[in-house]
Design a protein around this ligand. Structure first.
Ligand SMILES: C[S@@+](CC[C@H](N)C(=O)[O-])C[C@H]1O[C@@H](n2cnc3c(N)ncnc32)[C@H](O)[C@@H]1O
Length: 310
């Protein structure tokens, strides 16, 4: 029998994908076969089936019952390294509806928004479910994730991806169709993560849901979005002074004396804006504004570079 060759992780009915498996490989586990040229093939293991390539076939039974990290040889004599996919690998190869949060930013979000086991977290939009997977892992079985999405087709893709990754649909994950700005439920939350075009529209609703001390975190792609969400949080006055960051990841090549930055540059992905919710009735203290160099407003009395009039 033939198994389909695909970089997309799909899952047939009754064939759960154990994306977080450990121990010997079993039927129902997803493995990635890495060929000598660095190409990756995603295979769902099933007893009696084979994976076919132009370089011959690999019987799933050669992998089932054995450890990960082994080399299997196709009937055409090509060796493949078999490993279960990591979450980072899964999220960048799974089927997408909307653009996903990349692993480097997902990792940053978990720390910046202080996602902890047992946390009640709201996110929007759910998109393809990439960030949902990281959040679900971090909150663990005692936390709750409320994921809002305006588009039914994207919510369905996210449902499928998350279920494929975990092997079951997490029962502490609530996907809600609707607009976060108007449809946010009554449950109080500890953390709110917004990945959408216009997060500023949702600030009043999220402020109502966030517990005092809770963390607001927006992931935005452009500087204009960054400016607008920061100003909206300030104008609300129920949050601490927003902090904005960007993170970049630089792979390195290390071989012999050739130890240098890798050629595969990672371009810009997005900015994170975080702020803490203040207690009811408390407003953010006025900021002592020190205009950045170049920002000489009418009330600026500080030093000026030569040639800049006042
Ligand atoms: C960039 S995608 C999110 C990707 C997702 N974080 C992931 O990692 O797969 C943005 C999503 O937000 C949804 N969206 C935009 N505004 C929204 C709102 N106000 N309420 C709910 N969903 C919204 C869009 O339909 C889109 O699917």
């Amino acid at each position: 029998m033939t198994d389909e060759v695909s970089s997309e992780h799909t899952n047939g009915p009754g064939r759960p994908l154990a994306g977080v498996g450990r121990g010997p490989l079993a039927a129902g586990d997803r493995v990635t076969l890495h060929d000598p040229k660095g190409r990756r093939h995603s295979v769902l293991l099933e007893a009696g089936r084979s994976f076919h390539t132009a370089k011959g076939a690999i019987a799933h039974d050669d992998l089932i019952g054995g450890p990960e990290g082994v080399l299997v040889t196709s009937t055409g004599g090509v060796q493949y390294l078999a490993l279960r996919p990591l979450l980072a690998e899964f999220t960048v190869t799974m089927k997408r509806g909307a653009a996903v949060v990349y692993p480097k930013d997902a990792a940053q979000i978990l720390m910046a928004a202080d996602i902890f086991p047992g946390a009640r977290v709201v996110e929007a939009g759910v998109g393809s479910g990439a960030l949902s997977m990281s959040l679900l892992r971090a909150i663990g079985p005692t936390g709750t994730l409320y994921s809002y999405e305006r588009r039914g087709d994207f919510a369905e893709i996210a449902e499928r991806n998350v279920t494929n990754f975990f092997g079951v649909r997490p029962d502490n994950w609530q996907v809600r169709l609707g607009d976060l700005a108007t449809d946010l439920g009554p449950e109080p939350v500890d953390r709110a993560i917004l990945d959408m075009l216009a997060p500023w529209d949702c600030v009043p609703a999220v402020a109502d849901a966030l517990e005092p001390g809770g963390v607001f975190c927006a992931y935005v792609a452009t500087t204009t979005q960054l400016g607008r969400i920061v100003e909206t949080l300030r104008a609300h006055t129920g949050f601490t002074e927003p902090e904005a960051t960007e993170s970049s990841l630089r792979p390195w090549h290390a071989e012999g004396l050739a130890i240098r930055p890798g050629h595969a540059a990672t371009g810009h992905t997005g900015f994170l804006v975080t702020a803490r919710r203040l207690a009811p009735g408390v407003t953010a203290p006025p900021r002592k504004r020190r205009p950045a160099p170049g920002a000489y407003g009418p009330d600026y009395t500080g030093p000026r570079p030569p040639g800049v009039g006042g």
